[in-house]
Design a protein around this ligand. Structure first.
Ligand code: ATP
Ligand code: MG
Length: 320
């Protein structure tokens, strides 16, 4: 199966990116043809500093490789190295109803948060559809927040086929039961743009401080607490074994137990979880040329696939 997914270099990848998406990339690279990209064109809607963007791209690549993405099993590349995708975006855009994009919650949410809404942000789901369609992707592993955008992609395939005939592969989203919507330090969805993230790598002491600052309710320590729906418990669940999760749930229900204790537990399990990847990242960072080579080789392979698909789409539209 052709599996495809992307991550925006809008900041450092975080726990949500890993448990919702990157973990799936790594699992699926084993028995599928995985195409994974760093979505720098998408990031341009938020990152307006060229040096920052370049740094974020390299950091994101390092994080993905350190976590176990294997360039011998999957294709890793940078979105903007495949110009065919932007051409396909235009072809799709000419058949995209405004109303479809107006309903997209990523756009609506950003607008409601007072962030300026430019045409790039508004048409973001069309670029995402082009990303998916350009590689004949069948499966798109994502977090829950992206399901709506994949629905948009499926709608666009439907209308394109209605007008021009069968051209694209119809993709399907794939989400996990646990990890599809990881909460951030404020209890909202963890997002690079909401400043509530817990990073995968970086200074352990600093991350520990961030964990200790996770917002909790102010009920007295003695009160028994319900683990279900508690965001600290949800974070703990990402890392702990079923037996550990059971034991923690029992502590919650028994009461007499403070949030400080579970924060410490979250810090410990997360540090252990990413230990091997941390060592691997330090190694990879010493050889950035190899990382660039991996990205170039990935782009070459991805471009060959995209060129053939976009050619099909051009012909279907009558551009030849
Ligand atoms: P931004 O705020 O810039 O949109 P982001 O934190 O939402 O950044 P993206 O790069 O947009 O991260 O998303 C990359 C992948 O990670 C997507 O598949 C997305 O669904 C997934 N993802 C993002 N945040 C979470 C989260 N909190 N829980 C689970 N999956 C997530
Ligand atoms: Mg996002």
């Amino acid at each position: 199966m052709r599996v495809l997914s992307g991550i925006q270099p809008t900041g450092r990848p975080h726990w949500g990116n890993y448990f919702g998406a990157i973990r799936q990339y790594i699992d699926l690279q084993e028995n599928n043809d995985g195409f994974y990209f760093i979505a720098d064109l998408h990031a341009l809607t938020t990152v307006r500093h060229p040096d920052q963007l370049r740094q974020n791209v390299i950091d994101t690549a390092l994080d993905m490789l350190a976590l176990g993405l294997d360039p011998n099993k999957a294709t890793l590349f940078v979105q903007s190295q495949i110009p065919e995708v932007t051409e396909l975006t235009w072809l799709l855009m000419t058949g995209t109803p405004m109303g479809l994009l107006e309903r997209c919650h990523a756009y609506k949410d950003k607008k409601e948060k007072g962030l300026s809404a430019d045409a790039g942000l508004f048409t973001y789901p069309v670029l995402m559809a082009a990303d998916i369609l350009a590689y004949d992707s069948q499966i798109v592993p994502v977090g829950a927040d992206q399901i709506q955008h994949i629905e948009v992609c499926r709608d666009l395939v439907g209308s394109f086929h209605h007008t021009f005939g069968e051209t694209f592969v119809l993709p399907k989203a794939k989400t996990l039961d646990v990890g599809a919507k990881v909460p951030g330090t404020d209890g909202q969805k963890m997002s690079k743009s909401y400043d509530n993230t817990l990073p995968l790598f970086g200074d352990v002491k600093k991350i520990r401080k961030q964990i200790m600052r996770i917002v909790t309710d102010s009920r007295p320590m003695e009160d028994p607490k319900e683990p279900e729906g508690d965001h600290l418990f949800e974070l703990y669940q990402l890392f702990a074994t079923p037996a550990e999760v059971e034991a923690m749930a029992a502590k919650y229900r028994a009461g007499g137990f403070g949030y400080g204790e579970i924060k410490k537990a979250v810090a410990e399990v997360s540090e252990t979880h990413f230990e091997t990847a941390r060592t691997r990242r330090d190694e990879l960072e010493k050889d950035l040329d190899s990382v660039r080579d991996i990205l170039d080789a990935g782009a070459k392979r991805a471009r060959e696939v995209a060129a053939a698909v976009v050619d099909r789409a051009r012909t279907a539209c009558g551009l030849r």
